[in-house]
Design a protein around this ligand. Structure first.
Ligand code: NCD
Length: 309
C-alpha cells in the first residue's frame, strides 16, 4: 500500500510513465472506462476546491468507479472534534483510495499513517500539491516536448504557493533547468525550498521583482495568485494582490512559443484578454490534470493500464 504525499514520492521514471498513460487515455479513453469498476474513491476535502476535487471525482467516474466524500470540514465529524487519523481510519473501511486536502501542512502524512488504503495529498496548507504538479509536468511535456534546457519563470506568491513548491521539487530532477523567481520581497520563496531544494540540487536560479525585464528569457511562465487564506492580514493582501497582472501587451516581448501556466483559480493575475493567446495553457492544464489523476489512481490501485481492451 503506497501513498503519494509529495511529488518526490514518485520517481522520474514513474512520472514519465504516468505522462505516457495520460497520453494513452487521451487517445483511447474507451480502453480505460471500466478499469476501476467496483472501486471507490473518497474525496476528503477540509479546504475549498473546485478543480482538484472535481477532477479526482471525474477521473474516478471515467475509470468506471464510484466516489464518496465531503467537500468541507463542517459537514464531516471533524466539526465534532474528530482527529484526521480517526476520520481516515474510518473512511479506509469504505473505499479503496483516498484523496485528501487539508489546511494544515503535514496532515496527509498523519492520514497516510492511519489509513489502510493509499492516500493522495490533494494539497496541504502552503506545503505540497503533488497532483497539481503532475498536471503541470504533463502540460510542459505535451506543450514544450520535455524539460531539458527550459527557463521557467515562477511569478506571484512564491512563499505560500504550494503548487510552486511542488513543481520546483519535481523540476530540479531534470537537466539544465533554470528558474527565474519573480515575486515581491515579502512573497519570496521560503528558505527550505530555495536552499533545501534549489541550491541543494545545484540548480541555477535568479530572483527578481520585475516580470517585464525577464519576460524575453522565459520558456514557461507560471503565474500564481496571492494566497489570501494563508497568514495574511487584509491590508497586506490588498497591497500585494495585484503585484503582477499579465495582459496581452506585457506578452509582446515574450517568446512566441513560451507557455503561460496557472494552477487556477486566478483572481486578477491574468487578464481574461490573455485567454485567447495561443500561449495560454491554463485550461489545458486543467484537462491534463484529470488524465494524470486517472493514471495515478490506476498506478496506486495496481491496475494494469489498458487491460480492458
Ligand atoms: C491551487 C491550490 O489549491 O493550491 N489550486 C489548485 O489546486 N489548482 C492553487 C491556488 O489555490 O492558488
Amino acid at each position: 500500500m503506497r501513498s503519494v504525499l509529495n511529488i518526490t514520492d514518485l520517481t522520474s521514471d514513474e512520472i514519465d510513465s504516468l505522462i505516457e498513460t495520460a497520453g494513452d487515455i487521451i487517445e483511447r479513453p474507451e480502453a480505460y472506462s471500466r478499469l476501476c469498476q467496483g472501486k471507490k474513491l473518497a474525496t476528503l476535502f477540509f479546504e475549498p476546491s473546485t478543480r482538484t476535487r472535481l477532477s479526482f471525482e471525474a477521473a474516478m467516474y471515467e475509470l468506471g468507479g464510484h466516489v464518496i466524500g465531503f467537500s468541507e470540514a463542517q459537514s464531516s465529524s471533524s466539526a465534532k472534534g474528530e482527529s484526521v487519523a480517526d476520520t481516515v481510519r474510518t473512511v479506509s473501511c469504505y473505499v479503496d483510495i483516498i484523496a485528501m486536502r487539508h489546511p494544515k501542512e503535514g496532515a496527509p502524512l498523519v492520514a497516510a499513517g492511519a489509513a489502510t488504503v493509499p492516500v493522495i495529498n490533494a494539497g496541504d496548507g502552503g506545503h505540497n500539491h503533488p497532483t497539481q504538479t503532475l498536471a503541470d509536468l504533463c502540460t510542459i511535456t505535451r506543450e514544450k516536448g520535455g524539460f531539458d534546457g527550459l527557463t521557467v519563470g515562477m511569478c506571484g506568491d512564491l512563499q505560500f504557493g504550494r503548487t510552486v513548491h511542488s513543481l520546483i521539487s519535481a523540476l530540479v530532477r531534470y537537466k539544465n533547468i533554470r528558474f527565474v523567481l519573480i515575486s515581491p520581497d515579502e512573497l519570496r520563496l521560503p528558505d527550505y525550498v530555495r536552499e533545501g531544494i534549489l541550491e541543494k540540487n545545484g540548480c541555477r536560479y535568479t530572483e527578481t521583482g520585475d516580470l517585464l525585464s525577464v519576460m524575453p528569457e522565459l520558456d514557461v511562465l507560471y503565474m500564481t495568485r496571492v494566497q489570501r487564506e494563508r497568514n495574511f492580514n487584509e491590508a497586506d493582501y490588498i497591497r500585494l494582490k495585484d503585484s503582477y497582472i499579465l495582459t496581452p501587451d506585457k506578452l509582446e516581448t515574450a517568446k512566441k512559443d513560451m507557455i503561460v501556466m496557472h494552477p487556477l483559480p486566478r483572481v486578477n493575475e491574468i487578464s481574461v484578454k490573455v485567454d485567447d493567446d495561443p500561449r495560454a495553457c491554463y485550461f489545458k492544464q486543467v484537462l491534463y490534470g484529470k488524465y494524470m489523476r486517472m493514471a495515478l489512481m490506476l498506478m496506486l490501485l495496481g491496475i494494469k493500464q489498458g487491460a480492458a481492451e
